[in-house]
Ligand binder design. Structure first.
Ligand code: PLP
Length: 426
């Protein structure tokens, strides 16, 4: 064993379960050895062998301005030099909150936290506290972090509450979670007709990025909004991934619908741990210290993390930022689709803003079941053929991909050239 990635992986597994600090990094789905990253710049990162990759995960979304952007790095360095954490409020947190309230429709007040999991967990608690109801609705294939009541899969029938998908989650928790099919408005209508007055909230990824990329239909979004309003339930948009990815004002602007609560993360930290949940001021007024819903965090609104996040939010507001990001991502998926077609491979792709999905299927899936029916083995072979040519895609057929502002025409063309070779070998 001489490859430095292999050596590091063997060493990592001795002290860390599976050798990684978050499961998908382990390459279990695609097989092989995970690459240990030593540095990143712009659209690239390098592994322990100093092999360079064009990066299409961008830290799973945050690296939207490209890695190690000089303005972000200098803001972080300057903030760090002023002290790392105070456990007392700072002006930077106000600026960040003002920026988020300005940019995201539906957010009048916001609380900063340190991870997307914390944001969704807190939003659920708030929805339950404000409505005094326990039951929640989520959709199969949407991921909302790893809070207990969200690690739940569908029960056996429409009105049966869910079963835990993780060991260690008591059934007493999962029994309050109803798991329905994404993009199925009919099912949602039926559930609300029978138990609407018991539903605290719906939590949804309005553009889903955790079962590959799947867009909600306008009808599905409108139905959720209508039913929540009619039944006094809270509509929570989990925009941890799609917020500031599908466009400057997130999925709510895309669909022209406001959520009651919105969860953010990933891009808003620019690569450091910042996430947030916010929404209607009357709802946010239930949060401690004003109201009875408790939530807190030692490192919430951390000054160094906020410096990275604020600088990133400034850069993405430069004129043409999203037009360019959207155009580059579109060029990528169109080029990949054409390359697959030329090679006679059953494949299609979709993109929204700077997020994309690749599917070894004849049409773009609209549900978890449709996504699961795609050809996973073919994806896995494609993944390794691309990796061998220095293109790093998400190491799972069921994850979305991400483009940064630094993925210029040359990078996209190189990627498509690699894909032409890969498709020919499938
Ligand atoms: C990543 C993600 C989360 C969890 O965020 P973490 O920061 O990993 O805890 C929640 N919801 C969605 C939609 C995500 O993509």
């Amino acid at each position: 064993m001489t490859d430095k990635n292999d050596i590091l992986f063997a060493r990592a597994q001795k002290t860390t379960p599976g050798g990684v600090n978050s499961p998908v990094r382990a390459f279990r789905s695609v097989g092989g050895t995970p690459r240990f990253i030593t540095r990143a710049q712009g659209p690239y990162f390098w592994d322990a062998e100093d092999q360079r990759y064009i990066d299409y995960i961008g830290s799973w979304g945050p690296a939207i301005v490209g890695h190690a952007h000089p303005e972000v790095i200098s803001a972080v360095q300057a903030a760090a030099a002023r002290g790392l954490s105070f456990g007392a409020p700072t002006e930077g947190e106000i600026e960040m909150a003002e920026e988020i309230c300005k940019l995201v429709p539906g957010i009048e007040q916001v609380r900063l936290v340190s991870s997307g999991t914390e944001a969704t967990m807190s939003a659920l608690r708030l929805a339950r506290g404000a409505t005094k109801r326990d039951k929640i609705i989520k959709f199969e294939g949407c991921y909302h972090g790893h809070a207990d009541s969200l690690l739940v899969k569908a029960g056996s029938g429409l009105l049966t509450f869910g079963n835990p998908t993780s060991a260690g989650v008591p059934e007493d928790f999962s029994k309050h979670t109803l798991v329905l099919d994404y993009n199925n408005s009919q099912q949602l209508e039926e559930v609300f007709a029978s138990i609407g007055d018991q539903i605290a909230c719906i939590i949804v990824e309005p553009v889903a990025g955790n079962m590959n990329l799947i867009r909600a239909t306008q009808e599905f979004i409108d139905t959720m909004r209508k039913l929540c309003t009619a039944h006094g339930s809270i509509l929570i948009f989990d925009e941890v991934m799609c917020g500031f990815r599908v466009g400057l004002h997130g999925a709510q602007a895309l669909y022209g619908v406001q959520a009651d609560l919105t969860c953010l993360g990933k891009v808003i930290g620019g690569g450091l741990p910042v996430a947030a949940f916010g929404g209607r001021a009357d709802l946010m007024g239930h949060m401690a210290p004003l109201g009875g819903v408790y939530q807190a965090g030692t490192l919430s609104g951390n000054p160094v993390a906020v410096a990275a996040g604020m600088t990133t939010l400034k850069i993405i507001q430069q004129p043409g930022f999203y037009e360019n990001l959207t155009a580059q991502t579109r060029k990528l998926v169109d080029g990949l689709s054409a390359a697959a077609k030329a090679a006679g491979v059953t494949f299609c792709a979709d993109a929204v803003g700077g997020m994309f999905g690749l599917y070894f299927a004849s049409e773009v899936p609209g549900s978890y079941a449709a996504m699961m029916a795609s050809d996973k083995d073919r994806f896995n072979r494609f993944f390794h053929l691309m990796l061998d040519q220095g293109v790093y895609l998400a190491p799972s057929a069921f994850e979305a991909g991400f483009v940064s502002a630094q993925h210029d025409d040359t990078i996209i063309a190189e990627t498509i050239a690699a894909a032409e070779k890969a498709f020919a070998q499938l």
